[in-house]
Write a protein that binds this ligand. Structure first.
Ligand code: GLU
Length: 300
């Protein structure tokens, strides 16, 4: 078997402009791909209209371009993928890997959020969410490229999880896993806020592989989360400052320093292209801290 060529991706949700935390994710996935002469894709995860901010996807794409983070090929918008998600849901249900569930949210919260499989064999027809069935004793182990070994007992820590909500919105877990599989992504570099979603995605991917009969390896690396002075993760929810336009070189330099790549001082004033060229040649994924959080530079 020949080794699959590296394909990485950045997958922003258009819920606001990029901040320092999202820049380090975009930059790291870009550098890791380019350092390995791979492709780097951008996918706009716009499947949650209530959370979307008008104009955010255009702004994010402009911010990426301004920082020299130019993607390969066409952009993929998840909003254009609903047919594929629907077909996959139908196939999962047909194979009894997923089932309809009409349990009220309140019942699930009295169970501590871990669903007990009550609807597995009830044959619920209407007005239902769809859950992926997690067989008992399903433990997922993987070696994270940054955080090291990670293990989760999916049956006891997560349980059967929702892949389509009752209001028909597709879950993040479903859409992201289908698209990573469909786009032949080989490496995912993203924030550690998503590490506890990864076992769900690995399990769902196995289900997709069993449906299609085609398996392909994928590696994950989770970056520390950038925090503010109060120790909170920078996020749109706590109003992290958007990247300042016109300061792209400094932003990249600060991001490289935060990623412990030791960029030379004189690089700071160089155009983005030069900074990225240096960073691609000198990229060292293993220099990145394996702490869950690292303070963002004061500036942010
Ligand atoms: N769209 C998700 C977000 O912006 C990230 C998805 C991923 O990298 O898996 O938080």
């Amino acid at each position: 078997m020949t080794k699959a060529k590296y394909i990485g991706r950045f997958a922003p949700s258009p819920t606001g402009p990029l901040h320092f935390g999202s820049l380090v994710c975009a930059l790291s996935s870009f550098l890791d791909a380019r350092h390995q002469a791979g492709r780097w894709l951008v996918r706009v995860e716009d499947i949650d209209p209530p959370r979307e901010i008008n104009g955010a996807s255009t702004l994010i794409l402009q911010q990426l371009t301004d920082h020299g983070l130019i993607w390969d090929g066409e952009l993929l918008y998840q909003s254009a993928r609903t047919e594929a998600y629907r077909e996959t849901l139908a196939a999962l249900q047909h194979s009894k890997l997923a089932y309809n569930c009409d349990c009220p949210r309140q019942r699930v919260s009295t169970l501590g959020g871990i669903y007990d499989g009550y609807c597995r064999n009830r044959g619920v027809v209407d007005n239902a969410a769809i859950r992926l069935q997690v067989p008992t004793k399903t433990t997922i182990n993987f070696h994270d490229l940054i955080m090291g070994d990670y293990s989760q007992n999916l049956s006891t820590e997560v349980g059967d999880f929702i892949i389509q909500r009752r209001d028909r919105l597709f879950s993040y877990q479903l859409a992201v896993t289908i698209d990573d599989y469909y786009q032949n992504i080989t490496h995912i570099i993203r924030g550690a806020d998503l590490i506890d979603s990864t076992p769900r995605q690995i399990y769902l991917r196995k289900c997709l592989e069993s449906l299609s009969g085609q398996s392909s390896p994928i590696s994950y690396g989770h970056l520390p989360m950038a925090t503010n002075a109060q120790g909170q993760k920078l996020s749109k929810q706590n109003h992290a400052a958007a990247l300042v336009a016109g300061e792209e070189s400094e932003n990249l330099w600060l991001a490289l320093q935060w990623l412990e790549q030791q960029p030379p001082d004189e690089l700071k004033k160089q155009p983005v292209r030069q900074i990225l060229d240096w960073a691609i040649s000198n990229w060292a994924l293993d220099a990145i801290s394996n702490q869950l959080t690292v303070r963002a530079p004061n500036h942010y």
